[in-house]
Design a protein around this ligand. Structure first.
Ligand code: 5CA
Length: 210
């Protein structure tokens, strides 16, 4: 009999199941706490790792409202952009304790779905470059693969420019292997031009996003 999933992982699996998606959770012996560790564990590139970063803004009743940012591994959230996208003026990073209290999960394992309460979610369009991305599944050793468009649906995420501009050097370095293609966007899964496996919603989250 398969061993039962840890309770936090089960909450993530159940949340996806409620939307009709069966998650394929991978649990590792080694840590997947950081994006770098997760990329090494699954053999993906850093950009395919979904960082689930918790920010907070004061709600009208004086409590803190969480805002979850789903961010491609190498990218960083730009607070001014996040403020513009959410319409909030007072946003900061959650502390580790706040993140745990607001989501029900511990940093390093915070998933994009299955939280304690309804969370507003903003998603980095760069995740839409890949056919599949990998997100934390509730603990710091568990991740799951998901097409970015499915992730957007599951998290009810608003795909919007929330990250700092990458430098030209960053982008050229990353795309060096794909330089010179006709459309200039490289050969790597630019969804919308490259159909995903089994039509499972691997479209470009960015193209469809707000
Ligand atoms: N499992 C991996 C890959 S899916 C993961 O969860 N990565 S993560 O980026 O979403 O979570 C780790 C992030 O938590 C780090 O990038 C770091 O920015 C953030 N973090 C670590 N410690 C703290 C802290 N004390 N307060 C707020 N954020 C923190």
């Amino acid at each position: 009999m398969p061993s039962p999933l840890a309770a936090p992982i089960q909450r993530v699996v159940d949340a996806a199941a409620r939307k009709g998606v069966a998650l394929d959770v991978h649990v590792f012996a080694e840590s997947t706490h950081t994006a770098e560790e997760a990329a090494a564990a699954v053999g993906a590139e850093l950009g395919q790792i979904v960082k689930s970063l918790v920010f907070v803004t004061p709600a009208q009743d004086g409590t803190l409202e969480p805002i979850l940012c789903l961010v491609s591994g190498p990218n960083r959230v730009d607070l001014a952009r996040l403020a513009a996208v959410t319409g909030e003026t007072d946003i900061r990073r959650a502390t580790a304790n706040e993140a745990r209290a607001l989501t029900g999960f511990t940093i390093g394992g915070i998933p994009p779905i299955g939280h304690e309460r309804t969370v507003r979610v903003a998603m980095d369009p760069d995740l839409g470059r890949f056919e599949v991305v990998w997100a934390a599944a509730g603990t710091p050793t568990a991740v799951f693969p998901v097409p970015p468009a499915t992730l957007r649906m599951l998290a009810n995420a608003n795909v919007a420019p929330i990250c700092e501009e990458r430098t030209r050097g960053d982008v050229l370095g990353e795309h060096a292997d794909a330089a010179g293609t006709a459309d200039g966007r490289g050969q790597r899964a630019v969804a919308g031009t490259t159909p995903g496996p089994a039509g499972s919603g691997s479209g470009n989250a960015g193209a469809a996003g707000a």
